[in-house]
Design a protein around this ligand. Structure first.
Ligand SMILES: [Zn+2]
Length: 293
């Protein structure tokens, strides 16, 4: 009996120790995208960026160093572990600081900064010293071919911001698309603050019109997974259905209150972050349908 009790205690101690040592993810990590030869993801805490390595140089994206200048250095050091080729480009996914602060170190390496025209205009207005202005501007679309790799920069319209570029690798069938598709989740307050209801859906449709299979998001997906076309189709369906409900509520004089409390679509209530975020999303769509904001 005593032996049995002791073994139970011993097991509990071991289990307790294992629980206490539950692995915390490293501060940053670099992974190669499966099925590609030269496409990588650099993650630092909860932000991530794509970079492409070619014999003629590196195409880097988003420096992700907002409030942590050391992330840009870590990013470049990680690239240097893979190649000594020059960093030729740094492409901004959109104009929000949390993704693009920290470009100065890349400029020092000789990178040309490329962004959408609206990103340039927004950044020019604020002149944040942590975010160097783009050297080159994209309007509708631009193709970069470097060392045998083709990367298309495609403006699919206003969505989470008015300056989002989809970075599309046609041969690899991979896109890097930031902040306008929440994988299996309701978009957060920060995702809808600067957003464009209705145009967002049109942008998702245009993005789905590109022949990609895997999406690298700007924040790691659940368990670190990549995005799928199904994720994007689900977000499009969610916005489309929610928009129709909010429009009805608005016509009934219910925006903003009580619509933010009342409009619910049961099948989306299991999405991550539903209870925390649904009111923010309805508030944003209420602004649009109620007042044209
Ligand atoms: Zn953003």
């Amino acid at each position: 009996m005593l032996r049995k009790l002791l073994s139970v205690i011993a097991f509990s101690l071991v289990a307790g120790a294992a629980f206490a040592q539950a692995p915390t993810p490293p501060l940053f990590a670099t992974t190669k995208v499966e099925g590609t030869e030269n496409v990588y993801i650099f993650r630092y805490q909860n932000h991530q960026a794509m970079f492409v390595v070619t014999p003629a140089g590196v195409i880097a994206t988003d420096p992700i160093s907002y409030g942590r200048p050391q992330a840009a250095k870590a990013y470049i050091d990680e690239i240097r572990k893979i190649t000594k080729a020059p960093i030729r480009y740094l492409i901004y996914s959109h104009h929000h600081d949390d993704h693009i602060a920290g470009g100065a170190l890349f400029k020092k390496e000789g990178a040309v900064i490329v962004a959408h025209r609206r990103a340039y205009e927004r950044l020019f207005q604020r002149r944040n010293a942590d975010v160097p202005l783009p050297d080159q501007i994209v309007d509708g679309q631009r193709t970069i071919v470097l060392g045998g790799t083709r990367l298309d920069l495609v403006y699919t319209g206003r969505n989470h911001s008015d300056s989002s570029l989809v970075m599309f690798l046609p041969k690899e069938k991979v896109i890097f698309a930031v902040d306008f598709n929440s994988l299996g989740a309701i978009p957060s307050r920060l995702a809808v603050n600067d957003s464009y209801p209705e145009e967002w859906q049109a942008s998702l449709k245009r993005t789905l019109g590109l022949a990609w299979e895997k999406m690298i998001p700007g924040h790691p997906g659940p368990g670190g997974r990549l995005g799928t076309r199904k994720d994007m189709e689900e977000q499009l369906a969610f916005f489309t259905e929610l928009s129709a409900e909010v429009k009805k509520a608005s016509e009934g004089g219910k925006c903003f209150d009580p619509a933010v409390k009342e409009v619910r679509i049961p099948k989306y209530q299991t999405l991550t972050g539903h209870d925390a975020n649904i009111e923010w999303v309805i508030h944003r769509w209420c602004g649009y349908w109620g007042r044209g904001i």
